[in-house]
Structure formats: C-alpha cells, structure tokens
Design a protein around this ligand. Structure first.
Ligand SMILES: NC(=O)c1ccc[n+]([C@@H]2O[C@H](COP(=O)([O-])OP(=O)(O)OC[C@H]3O[C@@H](n4cnc5c(N)ncnc54)[C@H](O)[C@@H]3O)[C@@H](O)[C@H]2O)c1
Length: 351
C-alpha cells in the first residue's frame, strides 16, 4: 500500500511512518514543521524528520501545508494514496486562543481539504482522522468526582471505566482548540456517514512517547519528564495537581489505526487513550518520573486551572476493543515513562 501520513514529523505521524515503513509499505509524509511556528525552537520537529529519512526504507517527505487547498488537491492527484492517516494539527489547547484563525485553518479547514481531496481522488481509501477528547469540552467534568489522597476519582462506580463516545460534544466549553477540532471531527464523521467513505475518527486521550517534541503547552508527560531529567521547573495549574489523564504510547495508537485500515467502517468514532490501567494524576506522574530518575522536580502551584481542562479523564476503550478485538494496550504507563526518560537521556548526552 501507499500510505499518506500528514504531520509525519510529529509524535503520532512519525510513529505511523516507522510502523508502516517497517511493514514494507510505501509511506509518503507531509509536514511543514509548523510545530516550530506554534511553539518556537523547542517544538521544532526537523530532528524527527531527519531521523525518519535516515532510518526508513521507503519513505518520502514533502513540506506541503495542509491549509493550501490547491496544493493539497494537486498532491492527491499525483500521489493517489491507498490510505490516509491525518495527524497534522495545531495540537495545543492553550495556544489556540493566541492564534485563533491559524488554529482553525489548520485543524478545521486543513482537515476538510484532505477529506475532499480524498473524496475526489481516492474515495475508497481508508481515512484515519486523529481527533481529541477535547471535543467533549467540559462535559466530562460534570460527572460526580471524589477527592483521593493523590488523585481525583469518579464517585459513581458506573463511571469507573471512563468516558464513552456517548458523552455530549456540544453545549459545553471547549477552548478554541477543542472547537476547531470538533469542526474537523464532525466533518470527518460526515464524509463517512454522508458519502459512505471509510473514515475513522479517533478521539485521543494523552498520546505520548519518546518521539514527542514536548513543550509546556503540549505533550504533558514528555515535557514533565524532560523537566525532571534536565533539573528544570514545572508549573501545576489547579485541581491540586490531582487531575487524572490516561496515557497511551504512540505505538498502541498506530496499532489501532492498523486495525481500522484492515477493516474500516464509515464515519465511526472511537475514544483512544490509555484507559483505566494507564491513568494517573499529575502528581502521581511526577513521583513516578522522580523515582525512575532519582532526581527531584522543582514545582510551582497556581490555583487557576487551565480553561477547559479535565479533572479526571479516562478513555473507555470498550467500543474500540469490541470492533477490533485484536487491539489492546501493550505498553504500561511505567514502560512509557521509562522510554521517555531514556530518550531524554539520549538527547541530553548527544547535545
Ligand atoms: N499528543 C496528544 O496528547 C494528543 C492528544 C489528543 C489528540 N491529539 C491529536 O493527535 C494528532 C497528532 O498530534 P501529535 O501529538 O502528534 O502532534 P505534533 O505537534 O507532535 O504533530 C503534528 C505535526 O503536524 C505538523 N503540522 C502542523 N500544521 C501543519 C500544516 N498546516 N501542514 C502540514 N503539517 C502541519 C507539525 O509540524 C507537527 O509535526 C493531532 O490531531 C492532535 O490534535 C494529540
């Protein structure tokens, strides 16, 4: 197959490139390094692009900007991919408010450009749209919560496995990022449901792994570990640092995409995160990284939580597992953390 990966120098895109190239497919990557525009030097993904070009067998990279409609259409006409994995995005919740139009152009318009280019050129190709749990906005915070010593927890046992795809996505506060991603998510569903295209929408929890160019505003675990390893500083925003996230390794994310490509369904939505077993609060993650490295992280606490931040978010993986029983989480949270520590050590020693 010829697989097109957008955002191929980013965390999920680069994992997809490595994975499908390793299986012998031809992989075409699109990334204009816009992460450096969003986050400055620390967000630069050139290192990852160069790593991929050096380590893959059948991968080509293109600096295409997914906002440029005509260029995207031309690209599809010449490339005619057999499957599309759309990972390019402005990925930060907090950043979006500063760059509202750019955020919308990348997350909403860029997504529609790709969906329409697929419809016009390769309508049979499976299309993976990487969405986010921020499409649920604040609604997960409406569940009753109880405070434990180191984390928030759902108070009602029926919520134990977390948030399902039934959660409401409108009439809630999303942040501009959540809203632009919701626009992309709903359009992707529509191309599946209205046109019958094989579009799968995956609403990510905390997606992470060693290839993340983590910055304060995006890539929580990667950034936190980076600060622990380098003796840096970390600011905790609200909820007493007990806010819970579920972490999933980029490898397990891409494995879910593989299953979907093998047996696609039109316009189906899945929550995709680490689930209950890979959930931890911010202060639990800090402790884990400190124990692993023997280093102490200097933290500052500010009472004000990030707008639209979830108090406790765990992805209920039941739907994904029922449609794709061969998929499961293979990397535990401590394993993920160890890999990120090792990658940081590597970067620290080669720097
Ligand atoms: N990492 C997470 O915790 C997380 C959680 C939920 C959802 N997601 C979603 O997963 C997807 C991938 O996220 P990620 O963590 O790999 O982000 P990332 O920032 O690491 O990768 C995104 C890549 O897209 C590229 N890009 C941005 N704008 C572009 C444009 N206009 N044209 C071409 N390339 C462009 C960037 O340069 C970057 O390399 C995104 O849709 C994101 O919203 C991520």
């Amino acid at each position: 197959m010829k697989i097109l990966v957008t955002g191929s120098s980013g965390l999920i895109g680069s994992e997809a490139v490595t994975f499908f190239d390793g299986q012998g497919h031809e992989v075409v990557g699109v990334d204009n390094n816009m992460r450096a525009v969003f986050f400055g030097e620390q967000g630069d993904t050139t290192w990852n692009r160069d790593r991929l070009l050096a380590s893959t067998k059948n991968f080509k990279h293109f600096e295409l900007d997914i906002r440029k409609r005509e260029a995207v259409f031309e690209f599809f006409e010449t490339q005619k991919p057999d499957a599309i994995i759309h990972c390019a995005a402005q990925p930060s919740h907090d950043k979006a408010a500063e760059i509202a139009l750019m955020d919308f152009d990348v997350n909403a318009v860029g997504t529609v450009n790709l969906l329409e280019a697929t419809r016009q050129n390769v309508p049979e190709a499976p299309f993976i749209h990487v969405s986010t749990n921020k499409v649920y906005g604040d609604s997960p915070n409406e569940l009753p919560m109880k405070e434990l010593e180191t984390r928030w927890e759902y108070a009602d046992p029926k919520d134990y496995n977390g948030i399902t795809e039934e959660c409401r996505i409108d009439r809630t506060l999303h942040s501009l990022f959540g809203a632009s991603k919701t626009a992309g998510d709903v359009m992707a569903q529509e191309y599946g449901k209205y046109f019958g295209m094989k579009v799968g929408i995956f609403r990510g929890g905390c997606l992470t792994g060693p290839s993340h160019s983590g910055v304060e505003l995006h890539g929580f675990l990667s950034y936190l570990v980076k600060q622990v390893v380098s003796g840096g500083h970390y600011t905790i925003f609200g909820y007493k640092g007990k806010q819970v996230r579920d972490q999933i390794h980029s490898y397990d994310v891409v494995r879910a995409f593989e299953e979907f490509i093998k047996a696609p369904r039109p316009g189906e939505v899945y929550n995709l995160g680490g689930g209950r077993d890979n959930s931890a609060s911010l202060i639990e993650c800090i402790k884990m990284a400190e124990d692993m490295t023997g280093k102490k992280l200097e933290t500052t606490y500010t009472d004000k939580n990030r707008i639209g931040d979830h108090i406790c978010y765990i992805s209920d993986l039941a739907k994904l597992k029922s449609h794709y029983p061969d998929w499961s989480i293979t990397k535990s949270l401590p394993q993920i953390c160890e890999e990120i520590v090792a990658a940081q050590d590597g970067k620290a020693t080669t720097a």
